[in-house]
Design a binder for this molecule. Structure first.
Ligand code: SAH
Length: 217
């Protein structure tokens, strides 16, 4: 038995269930997916700890609780077409691949996208398509999406992404300054961003969303 199974089960009970994550499908996916494979070998023993970890290029894999919180808020049923901005390690994409139909993920740093692709292939997540580029433009050819998840902190909700949602679709985006953000969940009810149903899921700390409709550099 892999020495990572116990820490992974413990992560689910002590970090997720204890903090109020109840969606069984999210908990099962996080019990199943070998998070350690998404970080460097030297960090394998820290992969199930209650914090983000470096993945190179000054980027991070998010804290397990934040991944669970965001995923639960997406309310996935298995049929959705999902867009993720910020592939990073590919871990969040793997969780989405377990819980939705198809996942499109955009990463601005090619070396991270390459590494994520390899890990996802090795685990058989062929329903994830990764593209290198500025995700603040979204992925117009594949739109609309039932769900869009931004895993980097934005200065404001990118209207470009809102426009690529289905009516009834959900957008999760950390919004704030460069250091701390609020995790916002918007549900599209019409064509107007101002009229979207908006919920604040709490404070968070993400690396910057850098791009045309994010931070400049
Ligand atoms: N979801 C990731 C966490 C990634 S950290 C995981 O599970 O590991 C945020 C990522 O967003 C970084 O890899 C960063 O390079 C990327 N990023 C930042 N701005 C971006 C943009 N405009 N388009 C695409 N990716 C972006």
């Amino acid at each position: 038995m892999s020495r990572h199974i116990k820490p992974r089960m413990k992560m689910v009970t002590s970090q997720l269930i204890s903090r109020g994550i109840t969606d069984e499908k999210v908990l099962k996916a996080m019990e199943k997916i070998p998070r350690h494979l998404f970080v460097d070998e030297g960090l394998h023993d820290q992969a199930y700890a209650d914090n983000p970890l470096p993945i190179g290029e000054r980027q991070t894999i998010s804290q397990p609780y934040i991944v669970a919180l965001m995923t639960e808020a997406l309310e996935l049923t298995g049929h959705e077409k999902v867009l993720e901005i910020g592939t990073g390690s590919g871990y969040q994409a793997a969780i989405l691949a377990e819980l939705a139909d198809r996942v499109f993920s955009i990463e601005r740093i090619a070396s991270l996208a390459d590494r994520a692709r390899k890990v996802l292939d090795s685990l058989g997540y062929y329903n994830v398509l990764i593209r290198v580029g500025d995700g603040t433009y979204g992925w117009k050819e594949e739109s609309p999406f039932d769900v869009i998840i931004v895993t980097a902190g934005a200065p404001h909700v990118p209207k470009t992404l809102f426009d690529q949602l289905t009516v009834g679709g959900r957008l999760i985006v950390p919004t704030g300054d460069r250091h701390t953000q609020k995790l916002l969940k918007l549900t599209r009810t019409s064509n107007e961003l101002d009229k979207a149903e908006t919920k604040d899921l709490g404070g968070c700390r993400f690396v910057n969303l850098i791009g045309e409709y994010g931070w400049k550099g």
